[in-house]
Structure formats: structure tokens, C-alpha cells
Write a protein that binds this ligand. Structure first.
Ligand code: GLN
Length: 488
């Protein structure tokens, strides 16, 4: 019986399961114990259903005993609370969805279940995935396992904390403008945002539909790839879904060759605004690539400075439309009133938190007659220019490396008073979703004891090579082996 998650890496745990040294049931018990023990300080979890999880684990153990060897068989996983897992609540970190129970499984959840993965909990998140810190949740803020006075990053705060603190070796988050990458950087784990369309969004609450993607999270790139491998593949229930080339290489990931790899460093991501301590850590970490034969090439992405404005105009416009389905009629909470209009407005007034309301207002304004051309249409044009910047850069380089965030994890409360300051934390993560490109965040070292993330960006549908490159980096560095102070 496992007493701890060990190193916590999915690969080690999978080996233990295959060798019969571990059982999925014992692992799930360890995970649930860890959750119980750490939750008073981290607040990463919204719901669990131990009986159901233990039942799924026993079924996985049976499959293992019968000789089955799947990439995710018996592996405990945590799901952000905007995924549908039939029978459990989907809170979206909001009051407005209170009482809503998922009637079906999201496609990615169904595929994980079919592969024998064992969901053990739903994870805390910024309300409807709007936020960068984990502080905009109706369940209260999650905390960073490296320093509980700091934010873990958001909006997939609970999913990332779950992997960083050893609740589970794998988790799912979502990434609209950085929501798996930013917290992965702040908490020293690895998280992927796939090319738009590679993972089905069916059964995942929509925030900004042209930007939303499912984001797998693990300690390492090969752990991310294992979970990713069972979820890819076209889904008829999501018309934007696409097939991923090379996906058969994911289940047992091999490192890419770094010899001759051209790594682009965009000068706009290393300029003013980047914390000098973070810059030093990243520059040192990237030398590992050079030692193994890669070359660093400066590139320019000239429209980067428009990315925050462009993202927040498009995002809020889509948010204002998507949030209209929460009206007190269809999902969760209903505040009674004398008439229908009163019921809807009272439910939304009491159900939504301030950040969601701010975005509904901003988005409705951007889309309204007279302002549509000046804001929304202009943002769409800027999106095209930002995309073209990347297309041009990928003529010269194979991959792009940047910091994940301008600074390390900030203190709880630091940015909630100033929404603009919160938005600026996303400066390096909102560009790639606008361009629909695959990107990941991986541990790059520490500045003053706090994790620093490196972002790798690939060309469209190069997700597998991106993970293989991160895997190669993790073969020659050990940042991803570091665990936070209260580990196990
Ligand atoms: N921080 C960004 C926002 O608040 C990204 C959120 C996300 O990726 N879900 O919009």
C-alpha cells in the first residue's frame, strides 16, 4: 500500500501500477488523505465523491490484473470544476450554478474514464475561468503550495495546486488566455495548451469560445503527454475539433533531438516589464538547450504590445454572450421575483461575482451598435496581425521560448484591487490563444525561492514535437523534480 505519491510523477506511478507494486485503490486512498490533510491551507478542491472514485479504482485494478496496459489506467486525476463529470456538481467557481449536477460526461472526461483514469475531485477555479490568480472564486481563493501567502495563479488554480501539492499526478484545467500556463509557472508543474481544436470542448463550460481550450497538467511533459494521448481525436460533438498529427507518439513520449533546433527568443517578451530576477533564471535555464546543440535566435513579434487589449476585447465580447445562458431558468440557482425579468436579473445580480459582471458589461459595450466597429472589429483585425507575427517568426525558428509571466507568484490581495494590474499578469500568455497555437509552461527554476516558468510555443498542430522538446529539456534539467515544502 502506497503511503505517499512518491516523486509524484505519473510515469513512476504508472510503472508501479504495471509492476503490481501499487494498486489504483491504494493510490486513490493516498490522494484523498493528502487532500484532506492539505485542504485547510490550500483550498484547491470543491467536490469529491470518494465512494465513486474508489469504485472506479477497483475497476481499473481489475483491468490491470487482467494484463491491460493503458497510458492512464488506474491513474488518479483531478478535474477543474468547469468539466462535466456525470453525477457531480459543475460549480464553475460560481454561486449562480449552485445545485446544478452534470447530466453527462464531457468528451475528454469520458475518454479519460474509458482509458481507466480515476477522477478523484473537482477543482477550485476563478469564477467561470475569469481571472489570473484563483482569487475570484465563490469558494474563496486557492493558495500556492510554495508559499501559502501567495496566489497559485489562475484560473485553473485548483487543478494546478492539485498536481503541485501531490493530490494527484494528473489534472485537467482550461486555458483561454493562460489559465493552465500561468499557474503552472507559479507552482512549478508542466501544463499544455494544445492547438485550438485538438481537444474537444464538449461538456466544458464555455467562457470565450474562440479561445477556450482544455489544458492537461502533470509534473512533467511526458506525464502531460500520457493524459493527452487518451483524449485527442476528432469529436463529432465539437465542430471545431481536429485530428492531431503524430498523436501515436504521445503515450510513451521520447525526447526530441535538440541538435540544430532553432529556438526563437522574441525580444518583446524579454524587455521592460519583465522582473530582472525572472529574466536571469530563464536565461540560465535556456542554456541547457544550447549545451545540447540548439541555437538561440532573436526574433520579433511586433504586435505583442496590442495583445492584452485585443484579448480582453474579444474575450469579454464572447463572455457577454456565453454568460447569457445563466438566467435562473436552465442551470442551478434561481432567485424568485414577481415576474420573469425580475427573476432573471435578481438571479444574475446575486449569482455572479464582480469580475464576471465587469466582463459582461465590457463585452456588451464592445458589441453594441456604434462601438462594434471601433472595438470588436478592430480587435479582430489586431488578432490577424498577432497571428501573422507568429507565422513570420516560424519561417526563421522551430520553436519559441519566453517567460510565462513577468513576475513570480504575487501575494494574495495584491491585484484584486486593480483589475488592470491583474490583466497585465497575462501579458505573455494571451498572444498564443489569439493565434490558436500550441504552447506549454514548464518549470525553469526559482527566483527568491519561488517558481519561474518557461513557455515554449510551437507552430500550429506541432503539439507532439512541443512536448518532445520539453521532455528533452527535462532529461537534462531537474527543476521539475523540486517539490514544495509540505510535500507528502
Ligand atoms: N487570465 C485570463 C483571463 O482572465 C485567462 C483566463 C483563462 O485562460 N481562462 O481572461
Amino acid at each position: 500500500m502506497a503511503a505517499t505519491l512518491g516523486t509524484g510523477s505519473l510515469e513512476n506511478i504508472r510503472e508501479g501500477l504495471r509492476a503490481g507494486d501499487l494498486s489504483s485503490e491504494s493510490l486513490v486512498r493516498v490522494c484523498l488523505d493528502t487532500i484532506q490533510h492539505q485542504e485547510p491551507s490550500l483550498n484547491a478542491i470543491t467536490f469529491t465523491d470518494p465512494e465513486r472514485s474508489l469504485g472506479l479504482a477497483k475497476a481499473a485494478d481489475l483491468r490491470l490484473r487482467q494484463g491491460e496496459r493503458g497510458a492512464m489506467l488506474g491513474i488518479p486525476v483531478v478535474l477543474k470544476d468547469n468539466f462535466h463529470w456525470a453525477g457531480l456538481p459543475v460549480s464553475n467557481g460560481s454561486r449562480i450554478a449552485k445545485g446544478y449536477i452534470a447530466p453527462y460526461d464531457a468528451t475528454v472526461v469520458r475518454r479519460l474514464l474509458e482509458a481507466g483514469a480515476v477522477p478523484i475531485a473537482k477543482a477550485n477555479m476563478d469564477e467561470f475561468a475569469m481571472g489570473s490568480s484563483g482569487e475570484y472564486s465563490a469558494f474563496g481563493p486557492s493558495r500556492n503550495p510554495w508559499d501559502a501567502s501567495r496566489v497559485p495563479g489562475g484560473s485553473s488554480s485548483g487543478s494546478i495546486v492539485s498536481v503541485a501539492a501531490g493530490y494527484a499526478p494528473f489534472a485537467l484545467g482550461t486555458d483561454t488566455g493562460g489559465s493552465v500556463r500561468l499557474p503552472a509557472g507559479f507552482c512549478s508543474v508542466t501544463a499544455l495548451r494544445p492547438t485550438y481544436g485538438v481537444l474537444s470542448r464538449y461538456g466544458v463550460t464555455a467562457m470565450a469560445s474562440s479561445l477556450d481550450q482544455v489544458g492537461p497538467v502533470a509534473r512533467t511533459a511526458s506525464g502531460v503527454a500520457a493524459g493527452f494521448s487518451v483524449m485527442t481525436g476528432r469529436d463529432l460533438l465539437d465542430s471545431t475539433s481536429v485530428e492531431l498529427p503524430g498523436s501515436s507518439r504521445l503515450a510513451e513520449l521520447k525526447p526530441a533531438s535538440l541538435r540544430g533546433l532553432r529556438v526563437g527568443l522574441p525580444k518583446e517578451y524579454f524587455g521592460a516589464g519583465l522582473d530582472p530576477a525572472v529574466r536571469i533564471v530563464i536565461e540560465n535555464a535556456l542554456r541547457a538547450f544550447e549545451r545540447d546543440g540548439a541555437s538561440m535566435i532573436e526574433v520579433s513579434l511586433p504586435h505583442t504590445s496590442y495583445a492584452i487589449d485585443t484579448y480582453y476585447l474579444i474575450c469579454t465580447s464572447e463572455v457577454s454572450s456565453n454568460m447569457s445562458r445563466f438566467d435562473g431558468v436552465r442551470y442551478g440557482a434561481r432567485i424568485p421575483a414577481d415576474d420573469l425579468a425580475g427573476m432573471i436579473s435578481e438571479t444574475r445580480e446575486q449569482g455572479f461575482g464582480p469580475e464576471v459582471k465587469r466582463r459582461i458589461l465590457l463585452g456588451a459595450f464592445c458589441l453594441s451598435k456604434g462601438y462594434y466597429d471601433a472595438f470588436y472589429l478592430k480587435a479582430l483585425k489586431a488578432r490577424t496581425l498577432i497571428t501573422k507575427d507568429f507565422t513570420d517568426a516560424f519561417e526563421k525558428v522551430d520553436i519559441i521560448a519566453t517567460p510565462v509571466s513577468p513576475g513570480v507568484a504575487f501575494s494574495i490581495g495584491d491585484k484584486t484591487v486593480d483589475p488592470m494590474a491583474m490583466y497585465l499578469a497575462d501579458a505573455y500568455t494571451v498572444t498564443t490563444p489569439l493565434a490558436a497555437l500550441p504552447c506549454l509552461s514548464m518549470p525553469g527554476g526559482f527566483a527568491n525561492g519561488l517558481p519561474v516558468g518557461i513557455q515554449l510555443i510551437g507552430s500550429s498542430l506541432s503539439d507532439v514535437h512541443l512536448l518532445e522538446t520539453a521532455h528533452a529539456f527535462q532529461q537534462i534539467t531537474d527543476h521539475h523534480h523540486q517539490t514544495p515544502p509540505n510535500w507528502n
